[in-house]
Structure formats: C-alpha cells, structure tokens
Ligand binder design. Structure first.
Ligand SMILES: [Zn+2]
Length: 62
C-alpha cells in the first residue's frame, strides 16, 4: 500500500486531485476531459449524400 485510499488522483495527469476541481487537479484537466466528452458524444451523423451542383441551364430573357 503506497497511496492512501483517501487520496484521489487526477485521471488526466495523475497528480493529486484538488477539492475545487475534483476529481481533477485543476480546471485545465477538467476542461480537457470535458472537451473529449463533447467531441466524442456530440457528433453529427453525416449520412446524407452531398448535393450535386446541378445547375439547370435556364434561359430566362427578361
Ligand atoms: Zn490533472
């Protein structure tokens, strides 16, 4: 037993977590983790085919 069970470590860098930014050690690590979540969770499903540029040649004389 090297580390006490009461000590939590930052999952990002491994440093002792801070009570203010638990379970992270600082805001930077918290933002990093949050950013990863948003990046992986908020993904727009791109299943639609790209609209082909069909320019109908329209002779419109006015
Ligand atoms: Zn950290």
């Amino acid at each position: 037993m090297t580390d006490p069970p009461d000590t939590r470590r930052c999952p990002e860098c491994g440093r002792p977590a801070s009570a203010k930014h638990a379970p992270f050690c600082c805001k930077r690590c918290a933002d990093l983790d949050l950013g990863r979540w948003l990046d992986g969770g908020y993904r727009i499903p791109t299943g639609e085919p790209a609209p082909t540029a069909a320019h109908g040649e329209d002779d419109g004389e006015g």
